[in-house]
Design a protein. Structure first.
Length: 276
């Protein structure tokens, strides 16, 4: 391994941690966020310090660890970026929007660790898995799907999620990554509703949002096609998106795809059970 390869890495976002794990470089990680363990269970067996994330980063905390590289990713807060820069550590900032951007991020991180071949293998596996789902849905009807990453205010999921929805046989409603009103969503009369709130895991209160937003007369609500997908499966721009596209396929075309892990439905139709 080159002497220029960073040996002490701090990851301030789960996506960076997952990418490190996927290319076999988790041994270089000396600190990460508390959210990283949700997407990378192997961390439980390692002596890795827990630090604030890309939204709340603190210079003093980073400096105390003396990392050779800090990797951060969206979402950012300007104050946190200032703190990261103030730490004086070498800094890689990721801000992907599309699947292509995510593949580039994987290749970039892999290159920094002299693992370009591993990175390319990870990218190709993601592409194969997503394309496999896409091929199965090409001849199917594409129902209108609204997918949100936050509930107050309502924010539509990111562009890469819109791409996954298209691959999973759906038609994305709204502008990805943008705020939208409950009335505007209702006017589109979505046939499938998906909620994947940042930081909420799979705990989105589906019945409450349908009631509070007056969405009960939408096609999706009347047909009991209201779902929650685990946060990390859609909002972590990393290889975990493979789980996300499978969950979306199960929500959009339940008759053709098995109910995937991380997918919860508002009714007992889903294997994970009815919402309390």
């Amino acid at each position: 391994m080159s002497r220029h390869t960073p040996q002490r890495v701090v990851s301030l976002q789960p996506s960076a941690t997952v990418i490190l794990a996927s290319i076999g470089k988790l041994d270089h990680l000396v600190a990460c966020t508390k959210y990283c363990a949700d997407v990378c269970p192997d961390l439980g067996e390692r002596n890795v310090k827990i630090v604030a994330d890309s939204w709340t980063a603190q210079a003093q905390e980073i400096t105390a660890i003396a990392p050779e590289l800090v990797i951060a990713a969206v979402p950012y807060q300007q104050k946190a970026l200032t703190e990261i820069l103030k730490s004086g550590a070498r800094f890689l900032a990721l801000a992907p929007k599309s699947l292509a951007d995510i593949y580039t991020d994987i290749a970039t991180i892999a290159g920094l660790f002299g693992a370009s071949e591993s990175g390319e293998q990870v990218i190709q596996q993601m592409q194969r898995d997503i394309e496999s789902v896409h091929e199965q849905t090409m001849g199917m009807a594409h129902p209108r799907v609204f997918c949100e990453e936050w509930g107050k205010p309502i924010i539509a999921s990111q562009p890469w999620v819109a791409e996954l929805i298209e691959a999973a046989g759906g038609s994305f409603i709204g502008t990805p990554g943008s705020q939208i009103s409950a009335e505007a969503v209702r006017a589109e009369d979505p046939e499938v509703l998906v909620a994947a709130w940042c930081g909420a895991g799979d705990r989105v209160p589906l019945r409450k949002i349908i009631h509070d937003r007056n969405w009960s007369e939408t096609n999706a609500a009347k047909q009991n096609r209201v779902y929650c997908v685990r946060d990390e499966f859609l909002n972590t721009p990393a290889p975990t998106l493979i789980h996300g596209v499978r969950a979306l396929a199960g929500a959009i075309h339940p008759q053709d795809f098995p109910q995937a892990a991380g997918l919860r439905c508002i009714t007992k139709v889903c294997s994970s059970g009815e919402e309390p």
